[in-house]
Design a protein around this ligand. Structure first.
Ligand code: GH3
Ligand code: MG
Ligand code: MG
Ligand code: MG
Length: 318
């Protein structure tokens, strides 16, 4: 291991990467940074800096702007290309008269500079402030990651308690592949409430929500086999995945669902097809080709649903 790559302290203090080709400069900077209570790792050139960066993800880079093989802006774009380090600040030490460089530094939100000869008090404060900013960004990043992780665990639709869209996508992908292996039919039913916008307009959004809960329960009551999945596909759209089910079987289920929802008898005085809430349904049954994509069955069911709507609603189509 390169001698200068050794970090001074262990523990969870912030880590500062010092990049300078002169050992004397590095030592001076190290002293100041360590006095402020941070850990230090050194690099003597650009290549080393990049290596260290990838391995240790420092909280701040303190960089001599005049380096034989390193452009601070190059390092900056490399740093920013790592999602986790998008906001890692780079503090450049520049010559006072280098106005062109200073101009460019101002255009990058994560960059800052101090001029030579170094005012140690100023440098100390800049380092402290940039590290605080960096830590805040890291906390935000960690929180975002955690939220994303949690979101993948959520598979149930909050309102109706059936599977959500995410779960639907996972499951149809899985079953599409399984049916392709077994060369068995997969059926999909897409269901859409008729004139639901006017239902909301007439009875209010909360009544609309209650209707969606009732509808989803009615669907669940009919779809009973363990491998079947009922999902909320969109606002007032539901999907039923029926593995190992042929067209006749799927037709029966669609028929029963439409009937059951009609039988709920949820009054809808502004529906143009009935005095009660009704559904339209689109069906598709496919024996999937190995290597093909499940989008195919969704497109087909969606087309069939459109035809059911166009043919007058309150009905299903293949
Ligand atoms: P169509 O017969 O052509 O399907 O007519 P529609 O009015 O049902 O179709 P459209 O897609 O225009 O309207 C769907 C409506 O569903 C719009 C939206 O207000 C309502 N909606 C979607 N999600 C929810 C929800 O979670 N709760 C309630 N109450 N309404 C919802
Ligand atoms: Mg709709
Ligand atoms: Mg609708
Ligand atoms: Mg559609």
């Amino acid at each position: 291991m390169i001698a200068t790559m050794k970090a001074t302290h262990q523990g969870n203090q912030s880590l500062v990467l010092i990049v300078d080709n002169k050992e004397f400069n590095r030592q001076q900077l190290r002293l100041l940074v360590e006095q402020s209570g941070y850990r230090v790792v050194e690099a003597k050139d650009g290549t080393e800096a990049m290596n260290v960066f990838h391995q240790l993800h420092p909280d701040l880079v303190l960089l001599n702007a005049i380096m034989p093989d390193m452009d601070g802006f190059e390092l900056c774009s490399m740093v920013q290309s790592i999602e986790q380090n998008k906001h890692t600040p780079i503090l450049m030490i520049t010559e006072l008269e280098d106005t062109e460089l200073i101009e460019r530094v101002f255009q990058v939100s994560t960059m800052d500079y101090v001029t030579k000869p170094i005012n140690w008090q100023v440098l100390r404060q800049r380092v402290r402030r940039l590290i605080e900013q960096s830590q805040l960004h890291q906390k935000l990043f960690a929180a975002k990651e955690e939220l994303q992780r949690l979101a993948t665990l959520v598979t149930i639709d909050f309102l109706t308690q059936v599977a959500n869209r995410r779960r639907f996508e996972e499951y149809i992908d899985q079953e599409w592949r399984r049916m392709a292996r077994l060369q068995q039919p997969l059926s999909l039913i897409l269901l859409d409430v008729d004139f639901f916008k006017s239902y909301n307009d007439t009875y209010g959004h909360q009544a609309g929500d209650r209707a969606l809960i009732e509808i989803s329960k009615a669907i669940k009551n009919i779809v009973q086999r363990p491998a079947d999945l009922v999902a909320r596909y969109g606002g007032e759209e539901f999907a039923v995945i029926l593995p190992d089910t042929d067209e006749l079987g799927a037709t029966k289920i669609a028929e029963r669902i439409c009937f059951a929802v009609r039988r709920l008898g949820i009054t809808h005085s502004h529906s143009q097809v009935s005095s009660h809430i009704t559904l339209s349904a689109g069906l598709s049954t496919v024996i999937p080709d190995p290597g093909s994509n499940f989008e195919e069955i969704i497109t087909a069911a969606d087309k069939a649903l459109y035809q059911a709507k166009a043919a007058g609603r309150d009905r299903f189509r293949h």
